[in-house]
Design a protein around this ligand. Sequence first.
Ligand code: IPE
Ligand code: IPE
Ligand code: MG
Length: 237
Amino acid sequence: MPEMNSHVPQHVAIIMDGNGRWASERGLPRREGHRAGAESVREVVETCKELGIKFLTLYAFSSENWNRPRTEIKALMSLLKGFLRRKTPEMQKQGVRLHAIGRLEELPDDCRAELEKAIEHTSSNTDLDLVLALSYGAREEIVDACRQLAREAVTGDLDPESIDNDAITQRLYTAGIPDPDLLIRTSGECRISNFLLWQISYAEIVITRKYWPDFREADLHQAIAEYARRHRRFGAI
Ligand code: IPE
Ligand code: IPE
Ligand code: MG
Protein backbone atom coordinates (compact mmCIF):
# COMPACT_ATOMS: atom_id res chain seq x y z
CA MET A 1 0.00 0.00 0.00
CA PRO A 2 1.42 3.45 -0.89
CA GLU A 3 2.34 5.75 1.92
CA MET A 4 -0.68 7.89 2.77
CA ASN A 5 -0.47 11.64 2.95
CA SER A 6 -2.76 12.24 5.90
CA HIS A 7 -2.36 15.99 6.11
CA VAL A 8 -4.93 18.36 4.74
CA PRO A 9 -3.30 20.70 2.24
CA GLN A 10 -2.11 24.01 3.60
CA HIS A 11 -2.92 25.80 0.35
CA VAL A 12 -5.66 24.92 -2.14
CA ALA A 13 -5.88 26.71 -5.49
CA ILE A 14 -8.94 26.44 -7.72
CA ILE A 15 -9.53 27.16 -11.40
CA MET A 16 -13.25 27.93 -11.18
CA ASP A 17 -14.37 26.90 -14.66
CA GLY A 18 -17.64 26.01 -16.39
CA ASN A 19 -19.95 28.88 -15.41
CA GLY A 20 -20.89 29.59 -19.02
CA ARG A 21 -21.70 25.97 -19.86
CA TRP A 22 -23.68 25.60 -16.62
CA ALA A 23 -25.86 28.52 -17.71
CA SER A 24 -26.15 27.49 -21.38
CA GLU A 25 -27.34 24.01 -20.42
CA ARG A 26 -30.17 25.68 -18.52
CA GLY A 27 -31.03 28.06 -21.34
CA LEU A 28 -29.77 30.96 -19.24
CA PRO A 29 -27.41 33.80 -20.21
CA ARG A 30 -23.74 33.16 -19.25
CA ARG A 31 -23.95 35.90 -16.68
CA GLU A 32 -26.32 33.72 -14.60
CA GLY A 33 -23.61 31.07 -14.45
CA HIS A 34 -21.15 33.58 -13.06
CA ARG A 35 -23.75 34.72 -10.55
CA ALA A 36 -24.45 31.14 -9.44
CA GLY A 37 -20.71 30.56 -9.03
CA ALA A 38 -20.63 33.03 -6.15
CA GLU A 39 -22.54 30.55 -3.98
CA SER A 40 -19.84 27.94 -4.62
CA VAL A 41 -17.24 30.45 -3.48
CA ARG A 42 -19.11 30.99 -0.23
CA GLU A 43 -19.35 27.27 0.43
CA VAL A 44 -15.73 26.54 -0.44
CA VAL A 45 -14.46 29.33 1.82
CA GLU A 46 -16.57 28.00 4.68
CA THR A 47 -15.37 24.42 4.12
CA CYS A 48 -11.70 25.44 3.93
CA LYS A 49 -12.10 27.16 7.27
CA GLU A 50 -13.67 24.05 8.80
CA LEU A 51 -10.90 21.82 7.46
CA GLY A 52 -8.13 24.09 8.72
CA ILE A 53 -6.83 24.96 5.26
CA LYS A 54 -4.88 28.19 5.64
CA PHE A 55 -4.69 29.51 2.06
CA LEU A 56 -7.27 29.42 -0.71
CA THR A 57 -6.50 30.92 -4.11
CA LEU A 58 -9.34 31.36 -6.59
CA TYR A 59 -8.79 32.06 -10.29
CA ALA A 60 -11.58 34.52 -10.98
CA PHE A 61 -10.46 36.42 -14.10
CA SER A 62 -7.47 35.74 -16.34
CA SER A 63 -5.38 38.06 -18.50
CA GLU A 64 -6.87 36.22 -21.47
CA ASN A 65 -10.44 36.76 -20.24
CA TRP A 66 -10.07 40.38 -21.40
CA ASN A 67 -10.57 38.91 -24.90
CA ARG A 68 -14.21 38.03 -24.09
CA PRO A 69 -17.10 40.15 -25.40
CA ARG A 70 -17.38 43.54 -23.68
CA THR A 71 -20.82 42.70 -22.31
CA GLU A 72 -19.51 39.60 -20.52
CA ILE A 73 -16.53 41.50 -19.08
CA LYS A 74 -18.90 44.19 -17.83
CA ALA A 75 -21.15 41.59 -16.23
CA LEU A 76 -18.18 39.90 -14.53
CA MET A 77 -16.81 43.17 -13.18
CA SER A 78 -20.17 44.23 -11.84
CA LEU A 79 -20.65 40.83 -10.17
CA LEU A 80 -17.18 41.12 -8.66
CA LYS A 81 -17.95 44.55 -7.27
CA GLY A 82 -21.25 43.39 -5.79
CA PHE A 83 -19.62 40.27 -4.36
CA LEU A 84 -16.90 42.29 -2.62
CA ARG A 85 -19.38 44.79 -1.24
CA ARG A 86 -21.73 42.11 0.10
CA LYS A 87 -19.11 39.69 1.33
CA THR A 88 -16.70 41.97 3.15
CA PRO A 89 -18.71 41.99 6.41
CA GLU A 90 -19.06 38.20 6.18
CA MET A 91 -15.33 37.72 5.58
CA GLN A 92 -14.72 39.99 8.54
CA LYS A 93 -16.90 37.76 10.73
CA GLN A 94 -15.30 34.57 9.43
CA GLY A 95 -11.75 35.76 10.04
CA VAL A 96 -10.95 35.72 6.32
CA ARG A 97 -8.13 37.92 5.09
CA LEU A 98 -8.47 38.93 1.45
CA HIS A 99 -5.58 39.34 -0.99
CA ALA A 100 -5.53 39.90 -4.73
CA ILE A 101 -2.95 38.91 -7.34
CA GLY A 102 -2.76 40.02 -10.96
CA ARG A 103 -2.45 43.24 -12.91
CA LEU A 104 -4.99 44.93 -10.69
CA GLU A 105 -4.34 48.30 -12.32
CA GLU A 106 -6.20 46.95 -15.38
CA LEU A 107 -9.45 46.51 -13.41
CA PRO A 108 -12.13 49.23 -13.72
CA ASP A 109 -11.61 51.96 -11.10
CA ASP A 110 -14.79 51.18 -9.15
CA CYS A 111 -13.89 47.47 -8.88
CA ARG A 112 -10.37 48.24 -7.80
CA ALA A 113 -11.62 50.66 -5.17
CA GLU A 114 -14.02 48.04 -3.77
CA LEU A 115 -11.23 45.47 -3.82
CA GLU A 116 -8.78 47.72 -1.99
CA LYS A 117 -11.43 48.51 0.60
CA ALA A 118 -12.12 44.81 1.21
CA ILE A 119 -8.40 44.02 1.46
CA GLU A 120 -7.89 46.81 3.96
CA HIS A 121 -10.94 45.92 6.07
CA THR A 122 -9.91 42.28 6.39
CA SER A 123 -6.18 42.84 6.78
CA SER A 124 -5.93 41.81 10.43
CA ASN A 125 -7.82 38.52 10.05
CA THR A 126 -5.83 35.33 10.54
CA ASP A 127 -8.07 32.26 10.06
CA LEU A 128 -7.97 31.90 6.27
CA ASP A 129 -6.03 33.81 3.62
CA LEU A 130 -8.26 34.12 0.54
CA VAL A 131 -6.36 35.11 -2.59
CA LEU A 132 -8.35 36.28 -5.62
CA ALA A 133 -6.54 36.04 -8.96
CA LEU A 134 -7.89 38.93 -11.02
CA SER A 135 -6.62 40.09 -14.38
CA TYR A 136 -4.08 37.41 -13.57
CA GLY A 137 -1.73 35.60 -15.92
CA ALA A 138 1.21 33.53 -14.73
CA ARG A 139 3.42 34.55 -17.65
CA GLU A 140 2.62 38.20 -16.99
CA GLU A 141 3.49 37.65 -13.33
CA ILE A 142 6.86 36.16 -14.30
CA VAL A 143 7.47 39.02 -16.75
CA ASP A 144 6.75 41.54 -13.98
CA ALA A 145 9.16 39.73 -11.64
CA CYS A 146 11.87 39.76 -14.34
CA ARG A 147 11.38 43.48 -14.86
CA GLN A 148 11.73 44.02 -11.12
CA LEU A 149 14.94 41.96 -11.00
CA ALA A 150 16.33 43.89 -13.97
CA ARG A 151 15.54 47.23 -12.32
CA GLU A 152 17.35 46.18 -9.16
CA ALA A 153 20.32 44.92 -11.17
CA VAL A 154 20.57 48.17 -13.13
CA THR A 155 20.65 50.27 -9.97
CA GLY A 156 23.30 47.98 -8.54
CA ASP A 157 21.08 46.72 -5.70
CA LEU A 158 21.18 43.17 -7.02
CA ASP A 159 24.02 40.99 -8.26
CA PRO A 160 22.69 38.96 -11.24
CA GLU A 161 24.75 35.98 -10.07
CA SER A 162 22.81 35.97 -6.80
CA ILE A 163 19.46 35.36 -8.53
CA ASP A 164 18.08 32.00 -7.45
CA ASN A 165 14.65 30.38 -7.05
CA ASP A 166 13.95 32.38 -3.90
CA ALA A 167 14.85 35.68 -5.57
CA ILE A 168 12.20 35.01 -8.20
CA THR A 169 9.63 33.64 -5.74
CA GLN A 170 9.98 36.79 -3.64
CA ARG A 171 9.19 39.04 -6.62
CA LEU A 172 6.04 37.26 -7.75
CA TYR A 173 2.60 38.63 -6.83
CA THR A 174 2.37 35.67 -4.44
CA ALA A 175 5.46 36.66 -2.40
CA GLY A 176 4.95 35.46 1.17
CA ILE A 177 2.28 32.91 0.21
CA PRO A 178 3.35 29.24 0.22
CA ASP A 179 3.00 27.24 -3.02
CA PRO A 180 -0.35 25.48 -3.54
CA ASP A 181 -0.35 21.84 -2.41
CA LEU A 182 -3.53 21.01 -4.27
CA LEU A 183 -4.79 22.48 -7.54
CA ILE A 184 -8.41 21.79 -8.45
CA ARG A 185 -9.98 22.54 -11.83
CA THR A 186 -13.70 22.20 -12.40
CA SER A 187 -15.58 21.53 -15.66
CA GLY A 188 -13.35 18.68 -16.80
CA GLU A 189 -10.84 20.76 -18.77
CA CYS A 190 -7.34 19.33 -18.39
CA ARG A 191 -5.25 22.46 -18.73
CA ILE A 192 -3.64 25.15 -16.61
CA SER A 193 -4.75 28.23 -18.62
CA ASN A 194 -1.87 30.44 -17.49
CA PHE A 195 -2.47 29.97 -13.75
CA LEU A 196 0.37 30.01 -11.19
CA LEU A 197 2.89 28.35 -13.53
CA TRP A 198 5.84 28.89 -11.20
CA GLN A 199 4.02 28.04 -7.98
CA ILE A 200 2.40 24.74 -9.04
CA SER A 201 5.68 22.94 -9.82
CA TYR A 202 4.82 20.24 -7.29
CA ALA A 203 1.11 20.78 -6.68
CA GLU A 204 -1.14 17.73 -6.79
CA ILE A 205 -3.76 18.23 -9.52
CA VAL A 206 -7.38 17.12 -9.20
CA ILE A 207 -9.78 17.70 -12.07
CA THR A 208 -13.50 17.30 -11.55
CA ARG A 209 -16.16 17.23 -14.26
CA LYS A 210 -18.55 19.31 -12.17
CA TYR A 211 -19.16 22.84 -13.42
CA TRP A 212 -18.11 25.47 -10.90
CA PRO A 213 -21.69 26.50 -9.90
CA ASP A 214 -22.35 22.82 -9.02
CA PHE A 215 -19.17 22.47 -6.94
CA ARG A 216 -20.18 21.93 -3.31
CA GLU A 217 -18.73 21.07 0.09
CA ALA A 218 -18.84 17.33 -0.72
CA ASP A 219 -16.83 17.91 -3.91
CA LEU A 220 -14.12 19.71 -1.98
CA HIS A 221 -14.05 16.89 0.58
CA GLN A 222 -13.66 14.43 -2.28
CA ALA A 223 -10.77 16.39 -3.79
CA ILE A 224 -9.05 16.55 -0.39
CA ALA A 225 -9.54 12.80 0.06
CA GLU A 226 -7.96 12.24 -3.35
CA TYR A 227 -5.06 14.51 -2.32
CA ALA A 228 -4.61 12.51 0.89
CA ARG A 229 -4.22 9.31 -1.17
CA ARG A 230 -1.41 10.81 -3.26
CA HIS A 231 2.20 10.09 -2.45
CA ARG A 232 4.17 13.29 -2.90
CA ARG A 233 7.76 12.48 -3.75
CA PHE A 234 9.24 15.84 -4.87
CA GLY A 235 11.68 13.96 -7.07
CA ALA A 236 12.97 11.74 -4.29
CA ILE A 237 12.08 8.07 -3.88
C1 IPE B 1 -15.24 30.41 -15.51
O1 IPE B 1 -16.32 30.01 -16.29
C2 IPE B 1 -15.31 31.87 -15.14
C3 IPE B 1 -14.36 32.74 -15.86
C4 IPE B 1 -13.44 32.32 -16.69
C5 IPE B 1 -14.45 34.15 -15.63
P1 IPE B 1 -16.34 30.24 -17.86
O2 IPE B 1 -16.94 31.58 -18.13
O3 IPE B 1 -15.01 30.02 -18.46
O4 IPE B 1 -17.35 29.12 -18.32
P2 IPE B 1 -17.18 28.13 -19.54
O5 IPE B 1 -15.83 27.50 -19.43
O6 IPE B 1 -17.31 28.96 -20.77
O7 IPE B 1 -18.29 27.14 -19.38
C1 IPE C 1 -9.57 29.89 -16.79
O1 IPE C 1 -10.76 29.55 -17.42
C2 IPE C 1 -9.68 31.24 -16.14
C3 IPE C 1 -10.58 31.31 -14.99
C4 IPE C 1 -11.21 30.30 -14.45
C5 IPE C 1 -10.72 32.62 -14.41
P1 IPE C 1 -11.00 29.85 -18.97
O2 IPE C 1 -12.35 29.38 -19.30
O3 IPE C 1 -10.70 31.28 -19.26
O4 IPE C 1 -9.85 28.98 -19.65
P2 IPE C 1 -9.81 28.32 -21.08
O5 IPE C 1 -10.11 29.40 -22.07
O6 IPE C 1 -10.83 27.23 -21.12
O7 IPE C 1 -8.42 27.78 -21.19
MG1 MG D 1 -14.04 28.40 -19.17
